[in-house]
Design a protein around this ligand. Structure first.
Ligand SMILES: Cc1ncc(COP(=O)(O)O)c(C=O)c1O
Length: 419
């Protein structure tokens, strides 16, 4: 019989196999200094395009003050226990009321982490007779929620309404046999490539098919829509989203998340959401911090305006410089280049060491072989100078990619990897 660990000793997994070349640099890098548009990486100043702090709240003096006061007053333990048992407070309820009002829903419920909360919400919304139909490019938290489902599930091609309809057709026939219902899941904004989910088209299909829509709006909350209520507001169909989800990890620059829906649905989830029933309540310092951030989202529209000044400058600048930024319709800014993984590594090293630009790099298997995706997340704390510097650096690295410099530089890396 094999030892359980044999497979681990032999195969570190699709990402883990790169660890010896990549760790500390391409993965698990350490950015140092206060969270801002410019931080330090391995002792050097870099423009940071990967910190998700859309509205620039992470290091805002008012936010820092409230966070510090809340930590002093409540410590990091309070309240102890799960919400249901001993971890419930007035401030948790107040935050839920304010979040619900902000996203135009009757009620909301707090989640300790977005990822776990999404998994658990998918799990709680369906029983084995129900059918899930979800976008094939969904975030891991949706996929892992679907994995818990004991019944049927179908994927539809990314943002492809014909494929969705085909699968709704199949799901409807199946639901007639099982006696269950249908849950459709999409994202408000797809976080890798930046396209908004086609929520308007999806809800139009409600006229023809009977389903409920669950939207993960991690990247849309605070960045899209007139009031910042997200992709549903931007597309004018917020009322048609049956269950709305957003995390505090991006626009709110914190930790935690929430779901919002009709009161009766939230009441049900309160009693059936295993990630909250069997886990300690969200810490009070995070609750107090979230109340402050939400107040700023409501009362300081300039935060979103500043964000979009940078987004527009960056995205139009990249396009003018001839870069392929795909079909983004959000702040997420992908730049698609062609090259091998070793070339991508040489390119990113050049970008960081010689141009002082720090952004995320995505390669196969997340995107097709031979493609390199540089992913930039603009924030309200970036400046137009940051954009200009970045555009110049991108011109330079594209030249070197095209004239084979990175191929030569990466030959040694390639040989070492057997690529
Ligand atoms: C689309 C999406 N959903 C869910 C999550 C998970 O949220 P959290 O970081 O709060 O666990 C993320 C990442 O933060 C995300 O990008």
């Amino acid at each position: 019989m094999k030892d359980l660990f044999d497979k681990i000793y032999k195969d570190k997994g699709p990402l883990g196999k790169w660890a010896s070349q990549a760790e500390g640099y391409f993965v698990f890098p350490k950015l140092e200094g206060e969270i801002a548009n410019r931080m330090k990486f391995r002792g050097k100043d870099v423009i940071t395009w990967s910190i998700n702090d859309y509205l620039g709240l992470a290091n805002h003096p008012e936010v820092r003050k409230v966070d510090a006061e809340a930590a002093k007053l409540h410590g990091s333990a309070y309240p102890m226990g799960a919400r249901m048992m001993s971890g419930h407070t007035d401030l948790h309820e107040q935050l839920e009321k304010e979040l619900a009002a902000f996203v135009n829903k009757e009620a909301a419920y707090l989640l300790n982490f977005g990822y776990q909360g999404m998994v658990s919400t998918v799990d709680a919304l369906v029983s084995k007779n129900d059918i899930i139909v979800y976008d094939v490019d969904s975030h891991a938290c949706i996929i892992d929620g679907v994995r818990l489902h004991m019944g049927k599930r179908f994927t539809f091609k990314h943002n492809d309404m014909e494929s969705l309809e085909k699968n709704l057709d199949r799901a409807s026939k199946m639901a007639e046999q099982t006696g269950g219902g249908i849950l459709v899941i999409s994202e408000g904004v797809f976080g890798m490539r930046g396209e908004q989910g086609k929520l308007k088209e999806i809800v139009a299909l409600k006229k023809k098919y009977n389903f409920r829509l669950f939207v993960d709006d991690a990247h849309g909350f605070g960045t899209l829509g007139k009031t910042g209520a997200g992709a549903g507001e931007e597309q004018g169909i917020q009322d048609e989203i049956d269950v709305y989800f957003a995390t505090f990890a991006k626009s709110m620059a914190s930790t935690g998340a929430f779901i919002a829906a009709d009161q009766e649905i939230i009441d049900y989830l309160k009693y059936n959401l295993r990630s909250q029933m069997f886990a300690k309540s969200l810490q009070m310092q995070l609750v107090v911090g979230a109340l402050k951030r939400l107040e700023m989202l409501r009362t300081m529209p300039e935060l979103k305006e500043n964000l979009w000044t940078i987004v527009n400058a960056l995205q139009s600048g990249l396009k003018e410089h001839g870069f392929d930024i795909g079909n983004t319709s959000s702040c997420v800014t992908p730049v698609y280049l062609k090259g091998s993984i070793p070339e991508a590594m040489a390119l990113v090293k050049d970008l960081r060491e010689n141009h002082g630009i720090f952004c995320s790099i995505v390669v196969y298997p997340v995107i097709p072989k031979g493609m390199i995706l540089l992913r930039l997340i603009p924030t309200a704390s970036h400046t137009l100078e940051d954009v200009e510097e970045t555009l110049k650096a991108f011109d330079a690295i594209r030249d070197r990619l095209e004239n084979g410099t990175y191929k030569r530089l990466s030959a040694a890396v390639s040989a070492a990897m057997g690529d």
